[in-house]
Design a protein. Structure first.
Lengths: 249, 670
């Protein structure tokens, strides 16, 4: 463990309508402390000085709930690959470094306060079709439906998406294609998802368009920045699903 | 409820727990055959509030909506998908016997009761084991991508406290996949208009009208406004109270305020002393730490836990002069395998945690604080190859590396041709709370119309929860138990019209919330919420933690009283009541954590025995094992609020009755 001092250049914005600005703060921390714990240290300092703490989202702090966000030095979830902001430790930064911290920037994710954005649009896309229409109670024995290990593993890789929104934040177009394609892929790969396959692709894509997300131009920033390494091949699959759904119209 | 005054104090009558007649294996079937139902036309007239969107909350909300009830569902995070069930790693138990290893409903029931050190309610546990198989079927039908074998059938692994492989899993992310399954069903009902979803809302009070729960006051965390919501019944699925200890594996927003609000309104709080300390967490590294990270129990399938045999080797490890991989095989003490040959590294959590503490107390700890033991994969990697081990635990190894800068899958040293890999360092941490709101067999609290499900209630895990059983209980309650039992209550509510939130009871409850808020903002002292919460955590961990004594608990109660004074007079909350104010919301929660801390201490002080996660140093065998006292403590302790936070609550006992299982001393040795 080594002590370090960093300058945090943080986006402050009082409410959705207020103009935002960057503010600089100096914080003493150490290499074994996480980035969010460093923000905690800053907030303790601010509270001690009777100033308003920085508002940011975080919950599980072990990389799975998808609550934390933050655009750190130009990368969603910071410089580490395959990890969320809450899994980012200060040893990734240099002593004396200035670290720029911004909220997700996307029209579909309006800022609520400081670094917190509203990601409700993601829930709405899921509500449009991210499920198998099945009522609790009538399921057959689980092993009556054998599924090949390959299909199950691929579906699992898609289902790993944590819905954090890094893909949208990373995309120059603000597209949600990686997010949508992960859910569509999970069900397209599994027998349970077949009955509603066409309807699902159509409805989820329509909802995504309606909510103001941009189009995909296959740049791949979404996948490169995804903390769960969701593969770009999901988007290829979504395109196939969508085109074949269109053909069946 | 009829309470009988006896020589033993206040005791509930047997009827209060509403356990159905008949042999334990037939109770649930009998119940379902005779319970009252609500017909479809009437279901449309009835509203149910479900607070929480974890496994229990989301599954209950979606299932009630599928049945036809109107559901109002509240979530503290920005989306139901983020509830802390998502972080459960290892798996979910069921008695499918797919592995043909002799599993059965009875055996799952028996293991769970034994794992809980014979302090759970037998009838509830049997029902849990009975519906567990339905959960797996339900989740597969939803498209949950469980791990599978090459033949296409479901894979299983083993967990602590069991000698069969009955745990279903999805990599190390089982909680995530099960929660996303429940979330998908919930989303379908939101789309259909049967569930109204309120995100970034926190419940502050339950509203009682004529002795029944008829609604809640919840705070919109974005606007800062208190809002009123009415319904025919209220279901709490708000999780446990582990964050009372400040450092735990719980998420930042996990809190006990909804449960404590119910307790202050008169709902009994049961077995608060039963807190689970999980043996395999990453050790504490400094005072700036915000939470502790769990390393899945599934690691104990292949990982071996050890400390050095020689205290001088331990001292060198503590000073950082040598690494774990420098210690050769014959100098390692695999103390769980030594003490518990039959279960080895797969003993239940309470046993493994205490054994780690015992070694560290004797000076054998392996890190700079002396508070860590090793979890080692060398034997597994040498036997199975690194690829197989990485396939099983790769994501956990990577997670460990992000936090500690050490990868357990990397070769550390070669001694005499033997490969030694970097061991993980682990130490016990607060993880789960078995205690919770008292509920009867129908999962109704002692307040009419108020139900509690999942970790929020007390009923199924006794004094210790086995691994892969929390997911099982959350989903059992939400999918298969509550949606039935709540109808027995709602059936006589069909002629009750919708309540207006203009009722004086709502106005009064909201006024009290406003007043509490104003009092927190007006203290204007010097201490931040976190600084007081950390102090609370230290008192709880040091005196009400893994080892408790009469003296430590008495002292804890004294200090908690002082701490409440500090909170009431020296707290500083910045900002105003308008808009987003996380410090203010944390202050509300801390007030309730202090009350919860006292409740845990009162219960631990009362329970003059050691059982499960509750270890009183005065009550142990010569070998250092927990010594239960079935003669005097074979009961659920239910605490009734005194009417104010400064007075001690009243103890009411629910006697336990076991029919199918013979109560005996737990044995994991042979």
């Amino acid at each position: 463990m080594a002590k370090m001092t960093v300058t945090l250049r943080i986006w402050r914005q009082a409410n959705p309508k207020a103009a935002g600005r960057f503010e600089n703060y100096t914080v003493e921390t150490d290499t074994d402390t996480s980035f969010l714990e460093t923000l905690d240290i800053l907030n303790e300092q601010l509270v001690e000085q009777h100033q308003e703490p920085v508002a940011f989202d975080s919950d599980c702090r072990e990389g799975i709930c998808g609550m934390c966000s933050l655009y750190i030095n130009g990368h969603p979830h910071g410089p580490a690959t395959g990890a969320t902001t809450c899994q980012l430790y200060m040893r990734r930064f240099k002593d004396g470094e200035t670290i720029t911290v911004e909220p997700w920037r996307s029209a579909a994710f309006p800022v609520i306060k400081d670094l917190i954005v509203d990601r409700n649009a993601f829930d709405k896309i899921q509500q449009a079709g991210g499920y198998v229409s099945f009522n609790c109670g009538g399921a057959q024995d689980a092993n009556n439906l054998p599924i090949s290990k390959e299909a199950a593993d691929m579906a699992m890789d898609s289902a790993t998406c944590i819905g954090c929104g890094a893909c949208v934040a990373a995309c120059k177009n603000g597209s949600a294609m990686l997010f949508v394609s992960a859910k569509v892929s999970q069900f397209a790969l599994l027998p349970q998802g077949q009955v509603e396959r066409v309807r699902r692709a159509r409805k989820m894509v329509a909802k995504m368009d309606e909510l103001g997300f941009g189009n995909c131009t296959n740049t791949g920033a979404c996948s490169a920045e995804c903390p769960k390494n969701i593969s770009l091949s999901n988007i290829a699959r979504l395109n196939r699903e969508f085109i074949s759904a269109k053909c069946k119209e | 409820m009829e309470l009988n005054k006896t020589a033993d104090g206040l005791v509930m009558s047997a009827a209060d727990s509403k356990i159905p007649e008949g042999p334990v294996a037939e109770k649930w079937t009998n119940y379902k055959a005779h319970q009252k139902l609500v017909n479809p036309a009437n279901k449309r007239k009835l509203d149910v509030i479900v607070v929480g969107t974890g496994l229990a909350g989301a599954s209950a909300a979606s299932t009630l909506a599928e049945m036809g009830f109107n559901v109002l569902n509240f979530c503290i995070q920005d989306s139901p998908r983020r509830a802390h069930s998502i972080a459960a790693q290892g798996g979910i138990n069921a008695a499918k016997n797919y592995q043909n290893d002799g599993d059965s409903v009875y055996r799952l029931f028996y293991d769970t009761v034994k794992g809980g050190d014979y302090r759970a309610r037998e009838a509830n546990v049997y029902r849990l084991a009975e519906v567990a198989n339905n959960i797996i079927d339900q989740c597969v039908a939803q498209g949950v991508p469980f791990a599978r074998e090459y033949g296409g059938l479901l894979a299983n692994r083993s967990f602590g406290g069991a000698q069969v492989s009955r745990t279903f899993y999805a990599k190390g992310q089982t909680g995530q996949q099960l929660l996303l399954g429940a979330y998908s069903s919930l989303n379908r009902q939101i789309e259909l208009g049967k569930v109204k979803s309120f995100n970034r809302y926190e419940m502050h009070d339950v509203v009682m009208i004529d002795g029944r729960a008829r609604g809640i006051i919840a705070k919109n965390l974005v606007t800062g406004k208190f809002e009123r919501f009415a319904a025919h019944a209220v279901v709490l699925a708000t999780g446990g109270y582990g964050n009372t200890y400040f450092l735990s594996t719980n998420a930042m927003s996990c809190n006990c305020s909804a449960a404590v609000a119910a307790y202050r309104k008169g709902a009994f709080f049961a077995n608060p002393a039963f807190v689970q300390i999980h043996p395999t967490c990453i050790p504490v590294h400094g005072d700036k730490q915000s939470k502790l990270t769990l390393m899945s129990e599934s690691l104990r399938n292949d990982g071996r836990i050890w400390v050095p045999k020689d205290i001088n080797t331990a001292k060198k490890l503590q000073k950082g002069e040598i690494k774990g991989s420098d210690v050769p095989e014959n100098e390692r003490d695999y103390y769980l395998e030594r003490r518990y040959p039959a279960f080895g590294n797969l003993v239940p959590r309470d046993v493994a945690s205490r054994a780690a503490k015992e070694r560290c107390d004797k000076g054998f700890g392996v890190n700079n604080t002396g508070l860590a033991v090793f979890l080692d994969f060398s034997e597994a990697i040498n036997r199975l190859g690194i690829d197989t081990v990485r396939q099983r635990y790769g994501n956990l190894f990577d997670m460990y590396e992000e936090i500690t800068d050490v990868n357990p899958g990397e070769l550390g040293n070669k001694i005499g041709g033997e490969c030694y890999y970097n061991p993980m360092m682990i130490f016990p941490a607060i993880h789960y709370t078995m205690g919770g709101l008292w509920v009867d067999y129908e999962l109704q609290t002692s307040l009419k119309g108020l139900f509690a499900i999942g970790e929020c209630n007390f009923s199924d895990h006794g004094a210790n929860r086995l691994g892969a059983s929390a997911l099982m209980q959350g989903l059992a309650d939400g999918y298969f138990v509550l949606p039935y039992t709540i109808q027995n209550y709602l059936s006589d509510q069909i002629s009750v019209p919708r309540f207006s939130t203009d009722a004086p009871e709502f106005a009064e409850a909201e006024k009290q919330c406003e007043a509490r808020q104003q009092s927190l903002l007006s203290i204007q002292g010097k201490r931040s919420v976190d600084s007081i919460h950390k102090e609370l955590g230290h008192i709880m961990w040091d005196m009400v933690g893994m080892a408790r004594t009469k003296e430590s608990l008495t002292e804890a109660l004294r200090r908690l009283k002082e701490l409440r004074k500090v909170f009431e007079t020296d707290l500083y909350v910045p900002g105003t009541a308008e808009g987003w104010n996380n410090e203010l919301d944390k202050a509300f929660r801390l007030r309730d954590f202090i009350t919860m801390g006292e409740l845990i201490a009162y219960d631990a002080l009362n329970r003059n025995e050691s059982c499960g996660g509750h270890f009183r140093e005065e009550y142990q065998t010569e070998e250092g094992e927990a010594k239960r006292d079935d003669e005097n403590f074979f009961y659920v302790s239910c605490w009734d609020y005194a009417g104010n936070d400064n007075e001690a609550p009243t103890l009411i006992k629910e006697s336990l009755h076991y029919e199918a299982i013979k109560v005996q001393t737990r044995n994991y040795k042979s």
